[in-house]
Design a protein around this ligand. Structure first.
Ligand code: 13P
Length: 250
């Protein structure tokens, strides 16, 4: 049985003071959650987030990581820098990074390998655009993203990582994939993992849905057999909403 994992991707929101306020609200509300709870604030909030959540059930992730250990890579942060302050997870290959910052399946793969080598748990994002869905390319695209994104990663590491299926057309649009659409494509992703690594690994890897997940639709999505959690943007910025998501089973 896979344990559910609900993660908040704060994107470029919240100053350290605002982050502290949100985390203060989240701690008591998330306390009894049965799933793994992760928040992914911007880099400048990470130290504070790790300190404030110490001893709670809330884990902290970053939103990006570079593949080199150090060097002349202006604007980037290394995996060791993240682990040195107590960060445990990292989102890799979010569609916004692919769309606006030139992220490719190759750089996703490099970042994922570096994260794993440093002991971080990557949350690797895949997903199609509206045009790709409408032209019937979804299954082939997510399969390719998985094949390239996981290239060279050992089975034992794949078992432990997290994949997020985020259809781009459902991100921040209020348009959610239907429960069945999300479940079906996540099934395709799990099938791609199975083809590469076998059933043992595909059965263990956790695959989240992301895209306008909110209190009103979380139960239906989480009731699907392939969906192991959520990667949440907008609704992760309000303590009450995010708490409802992590307590979806109550
Ligand atoms: P929204 O929940 O705001 O649609 O964002 C989803 C997302 O991109 C999470 O990574």
């Amino acid at each position: 049985m896979r344990k559910a994992i609900i993660a908040g991707n704060w994107k470029m929101n919240k100053t350290p003071a605002q982050a502290a306020e949100l985390i203060e609200g989240l701690i008591p509300l998330c306390k009894g959650a049965n799933c793994d709870v992760v928040i992914c604030p911007p880099f400048v909030d990470l130290c504070k987030a790790v300190k404030m959540t110490d001893g709670t059930n809330i884990h902290v992730g970053a939103q990006n990581v570079h593949w080199a250990q150090s060097g002349a890579f202006t604007g980037e942060v290394s995996a060791d820098m993240l682990t040195s302050i107590g960060v445990e997870y990292v989102i890799i290959g979010h569609s916004e990074r692919r769309q606006y910052f030139g992220e490719t399946d190759e750089t996703v793969n490099l970042r994922a390998k570096a994260a794993i080598a440093a002991g971080l748990i990557p949350i690797i994002c895949v997903g199609e655009s509206l045009a790709q869905r409408e032209s019937g390319e979804t299954d082939a695209l997510v399969t390719m993203q998985i094949n390239k994104g996981l290239d060279g990663i050992a089975a034992a590491d794949v078992k432990k990582l997290v994949i997020a299926y985020e259809p781009i057309w459902a991100i921040g649009t209020g348009k959610t994939a239907t429960d069945e659409q999300a479940n079906e494509t996540i099934g395709v992703i799990r099938g791609a993992v199975e083809k590469l690594y076998g059933h043992d690994v595909s059965d263990a890897v956790r695959i989240q849905y992301g895209g306008s997940m909110k209190p009103s639709n979380v139960k239906g999505l989480m009731a699907q057999n392939e969906i192991d959690g959520g990667l949440i943007g907008g609704a992760s910025l309000k303590a009450e909403d995010f708490a409802q998501l992590v307590n979806y089973d109550k």
